[in-house]
Design a protein around this ligand. Structure first.
Ligand code: G4P
Length: 193
């Protein structure tokens, strides 16, 4: 997605070896018009595939996921990273290890929001090592539902996420694919959409 790549080049900051800071439009402050376009691009691609739900994980996956869901006119569900007191029964969970934060957390979705007849599009802001997406896939499969594909806003192609997901037979579609960081600059490879 050309517009997204241009925005990353304009406003993204490379931190250290392998982190891209995009807090001015995606991970902290949110550019709703860009998010809406992102949602429309995903929705356009999946328009005739019978998607019934969009699933993401809090926090930064929510903005692209909600616009994708709006454009597909289906519900959006975000997995929670901490259980709250209103989540009392029928909780589906998965353990997610974050290489970035070096902690394992339990992510959860209330089972009542996923049915075995659902065809789910997983959306997330970043694909790095694929642990978050992997956890979401486990939860969706636990519900007996089908994962149609994983849609990613920014993929760091030099990390293992895509290969981990593809090895499980998942389809990964990324709007921007970062090949490498070179002297603090982002170098893209060809994106999927
Ligand atoms: P993984 O899910 O692909 O395995 O990623 P990893 O454990 O490495 O990353 C954990 C968190 O860090 C995730 O967000 C992920 O989106 C984010 N992340 C990974 N690489 C980058 C990066 O280069 N830049 C930025 N800005 N974020 C990155 P999270 O902990 O779920 O945070 P949030 O969504 O609540 O903000």
């Amino acid at each position: 997605m050309k517009k997204l790549e241009e925005r990353i080049l304009q406003d993204g900051n490379v931190l250290g070896e392998n982190i891209l800071k995009v807090d001015s439009f995606l991970t902290h402050q949110v550019d709703f018009s860009l998010m809406k376009e992102i949602g429309q691009v995903f929705a356009e691609h999946f328009r005739d595939t019978g998607i019934t739900k969009v699933v993401t994980i809090e926090a930064s996956g929510i903005a692209p996921a909600v616009y994708t869901a709006e454009a597909l006119n289906v519900p959006m569900i975000f997995a929670k990273k901490s259980k709250n007191i209103t989540m009392t029964e029928g909780i589906l969970t998965a353990e997610v290890y974050s290489f970035t934060k070096q902690v394992t957390s339990t992510v959860s979705i209330a089972g009542k929001f996923l049915e075995s007849s659902d065809k789910v599009l997983v959306i997330d802001d970043f694909l790095a090592n694929g642990q978050a997406a992997n956890g979401l896939i486990k939860i969706i499969e636990e519900a007996g539902a089908e994962v149609a594909a994983v849609g990613i806003v920014i993929e760091k192609s030099f990390q293992d996420g895509r290969s981990l997901l593809e090895a499980q037979g998942q389809t990964v579609l990324s709007l921007a694919r970062i090949d490498r960081f070179e002297n603090g600059k982002v170098v893209f490879r060809e994106a999927d959409l």
